[in-house]
Design a binder for this molecule. Structure first.
Ligand code: FAD
Ligand code: NAD
Length: 404
């Protein structure tokens, strides 16, 4: 019997979890498993706000894929996926192509700018290691340049964060902790630095527990963040942003604009002709593309409806990893032609949002947490994600053990 070719695209939480679980479930003689990723490392996307603010070095948020895959069972290809040809059961990459019997799309998320003018050109987004490194260095460049100019431009020291969703709030939490150190390093008067968060909805963290939101906003304001709530970014220019609150339009001059106000699934999904909403495919109960029984989708490229609310689950690492786990089990069923496919049933344990390394808010197993307790919980969640993919040795190498 011919060994089926299983091809997994993307080594984020979803793709890597699928790979490491599948390599445990099937033997060398049962399937050819190939993992394709544009880098030879995996990064913890959920830590990128720390690398972007410069509170954690970018090497701390990534590790070689070879550390967690079994080279006897998994063939790793470092390449960038360009297009999937489902009718031909083929994937086109920048440097070659690969045929599959079963495919897993796990290409993750990209920043979504909703067509807002100037954002692509002039704003940064916290989307991968390179982008995080660029944000950190750009802020440092602005601070370093400020004192070299005869005519001082204080807007160089203004940082705008677009969106007070979880990404925006977590980035702000790191940033305000980093600023005192940056000011000392670059001889900047801290009073000249402005950090402004612009949020279109009537509240920060829309939909989250209001008491915890109030705590988070209060903590960030205490450290100097100015919130502009109910205010939408309308345009980004080389000099800053244009915002509107009702009919009032305002220009905010800023040396750095970080857009943290929306994500979408990979553009490869759209470009391959799948029916999708902003790069997210509404999958069947077994995580497959409807009508394509050979293609699974996990992580931010998948869309699963929460039947209780009749709305899609938000794209999270928590769900991506659970999908990866189930996808591996379902692939093993198909490879062995034994057993039955299992439907995906998310088990949402809660949400914890950091406010720097020493503070956080969260709801875990229905219980509200804030301050040091929530921050401890956040680090345990970060370590658990490492454990689930790479076991205790990965936790020892990359884990977070500085709790307070
Ligand atoms: P990703 O993590 O995006 O991984 C995709 C992988 O595919 C990457 O390795 C990428 O390099 C690779 N890739 C992409 N395109 C190509 C291509 N064309 N060719 C080859 N390879 C490619 N969720 C939580 O549950 N809890 C949190 O605390 C949390 N914190 C977050 C903090 C931040 C700052 C951000 C931005 C997000 C956070 N999220 C959190 C959301 C979470 O990170 C995502 O839902 C999760 O990363 C999705 O996993 P994924 O495997 O689908 O994709
Ligand atoms: P999001 O879509 O959750 O939040 C974006 C925010 O930007 C919203 O509050 C929205 O109202 C606002 N916004 C949209 N357009 C705007 C505009 N023109 N001007 C001003 N504000 C605007 O995006 P996110 O925060 O990047 O999160 C993406 C996903 O990752 C979510 O599913 C989230 O749950 C997850 N995540 C989770 C955590 C965590 O659990 N700790 C951390 C980060 C991200």
């Amino acid at each position: 019997l011919k060994k089926p070719n299983v091809v997994i695209l993307g080594a984020g939480y979803g793709g890597l979890m699928t790979t490491v679980r599948l390599q445990k479930l099937v033997g060398m003689n049962e399937a050819n498993i190939t993992l394709v990723n544009k880098n030879d490392y995996h990064y913890e996307t959920t830590w990128l706000h720390e690398a972007s603010a410069g509170t954690l070095h970018h090497d701390r948020v990534r590790y070689p894929i070879s550390d967690v895959i079994d080279r006897n069972k998994v063939n790793f290809v470092k390449d960038t996926v360009v297009k999937i040809l489902p009718d031909e059961k083929k994937v086109l990459m920048e440097n070659g192509e690969i045929a599959y019997d079963y495919l897993v799309i796990a290409l993750g998320f990209e920043s979504e700018t909703f067509g807002i003018k100037g954002l692509k050109e002039y704003a940064f987004s916290i989307s991968n290691v390179n982008a995080a490194r660029q944000i950190r260095e750009h802020i440092e460049y602005q601070f370093a340049t400020y004192n070299t100019e005869e005519e001082k431009r204080e807007e160089r020291l203004t940082i705008v964060v677009g969106g007070a969703g979880f990404t925006g709030i977590e980035f702000l939490g790191e940033l305000v902790n980093r600023l005192p150190q940056l000011c000392r390093e670059y001889d900047i008067d801290p009073h000249k630095v402005r950090v402004i968060c612009v949020e279109a909805a009537p509240t920060a963290l829309p939909g989250f527990d209001p008491e915890l939101v109030e705590y988070a906003v209060g903590q960030l304001e205490r450290k100097g963040v100015e919130f502009k709530i109910g205010t939408a970014i309308k345009e980004c220019t080389p000099d800053g942003i244009i915002v509107a609150k009702g009919d009032d339009v305002e220009e905010i001059k800023a040396g750095t604009v970080v857009w943290a106000a929306g994500v979408r699934g990979s553009r490869v999904v759209d470009e391959s002709g799948f029916e999708a909403m902003r790069g997210r495919i509404k999958v069947d109960p077994f995580l497959r593309v409807p009508g394509r029984e050979d293609i699974f989708v996990v992580g931010d490229c998948s869309l699963v409806i929460n039947e209780e609310t009749n709305r899609p689950y938000p794209p999270t690492a928590q769900i991506a990893m659970q999908e990866g786990e189930l996808c591996a089990k379902n692939l093993a069923v198909l490879i062995r032609q034994q057993g039955e496919l299992q439907p995906f049933r998310p088990d949402i344990k809660g949400t914890v949002c950091s406010l720097g390394h020493d503070d956080a808010i969260g709801v875990v197993f229905g219980k509200k947490l804030w301050g040091a307790k929530a921050s401890f919980m956040k680090k345990m969640i970060d370590n658990r994600a490492l454990y689930l993919i790479g076991g205790a040795s990965l936790v020892m190498k990359k884990g977070k053990f500085k709790f307070f």
